[in-house]
Unconditional design. Structure first.
Length: 337
């Protein structure tokens, strides 16, 4: 059994050459843009070894494939497609959120401009579909799984964008948004790995559900870091509170009927931009109303359910154990890297 960090390192080493090859197939004007974002090239298009993220989702693909008896070679097209789609969403996210940094470096849109960044994200989405379409094992079902997940991701991102303007947004609505925004692609990664490895339908479904729980736990930890995390560690200096986001801990706190929930609701309903001076008080209110404790408990619940699916399914023990180990890294792999 490999531990979580070792799995991520092995996946990154396997994935980087495939990413470089994918970038080489782009038109000359897009190569430096996409390569810069992926960390495979510098801004002038020369090969580089920058931070391309932790490869959490591709690692899930590889392990899910091995869990049903497949090999890393079988899993590589699906792992590449998932990483391309994920990075497409990050490029677009940074534009939508106005985030100027990504992985400790200037975001693509700040380096190359918004129109070029949008096109780069579009190119990555379609490259992901093309990779699957060119794989005999994934051309049919695999393409459907990925495109469905991307559609859910887009719907989740739109819901996230609209939630701050909804005074009465319920906790369930926020949970649905988070499941679509993050868990859909994590779930798809696990399903694609199982499909690539020739898994039986019950194995594919079990790993899909494993990924769903893992993705929801991932989003909860991401939201916790967005309020109480260290920006120097996440690489994203904009607090979710400063951005007015009704993340999961905030949504839970707002759903209460105590004085802290009422004060928090009044601040969010004021229609004014939240000032930097107000942010510590808002974070304290979210915690006092139970938002932090609830999010931590929900994270643990999802991780337990994910682990149970592996323990009760017919999967290769070593790969299943590595999937569990990878799930244990959720607290250090969030902030959508």
């Amino acid at each position: 059994m490999a531990d979580g960090p070792a799995v991520l390192a092995r996946t990154r080493a396997l994935l980087t050459p495939a990413l470089r090859e994918a970038v080489s197939g782009l038109c000359p004007d897009l190569r430096p843009v996409v390569g810069y974002h992926l960390g495979t090239h510098d801004r002038d298009g020369a090969p580089a070894e920058d931070d391309g993220g932790k490869a959490f989702r591709p690692a899930l693909v590889l392990l899910a494939c091995q869990a049903v008896g497949g090999t890393a070679a079988q899993a590589l097209p699906a792992a590449l497609a998932v990483e391309l789609a994920h990075n497409a969403s990050l490029i677009h996210d940074d534009i939508i959120d106005g985030d100027c940094t990504r992985r400790g470096r200037p975001a693509v849109w700040t380096m190359f401009g918004v129109p070029t960044a949008i096109l780069a994200g579009n190119a990555l989405f379609f490259m992901a579909v093309q990779v699957l379409a060119e794989s005999s094992a994934l051309a049919g079902r695999g393409v459907t799984v990925l495109t469905t997940a991307v559609q859910q991701l887009i719907e989740g991102e739109l819901a996230d964008l609209l939630l701050p303007s909804k005074d009465g947004a319920a906790l369930a609505e926020t949970q649905d948004m988070a499941a679509a925004k993050t868990a859909a692609l994590v779930s798809a990664a696990c399903a694609l790995g199982a499909i690539a490895g020739g898994g039986q339908d019950d194995q594919v479904e079990g790993l899909r559900r494993f990924g769903q729980h893992l993705g929801e736990a991932f989003q909860l930890m991401d939201d916790l870091q967005g309020i109480w995390g260290d920006p120097t560690m996440t690489g994203k200096p904009t607090s979710d509170l400063a951005a007015g986001k009704k993340s999961l801990p905030v949504a839970f706190a707002l759903s209460g009927d105590g004085p802290c929930s009422a004060e928090l609701a009044a601040l969010y309903a004021s229609g004014r931009t939240l000032s930097h001076e107000q942010l510590p008080r808002i974070a304290d209110l979210v915690e006092a109303a139970g938002g932090r404790a609830w999010a931590l408990a929900e994270t643990e619940r999802h991780i337990r359910q994910a682990r149970s699916l592996l323990e009760n399914g017919a999967y290769a023990p070593a790969a299943a154990a590595s999937l569990v180990a990878l799930g244990g890294l959720i607290g250090t792999t969030s902030r959508r890297t």
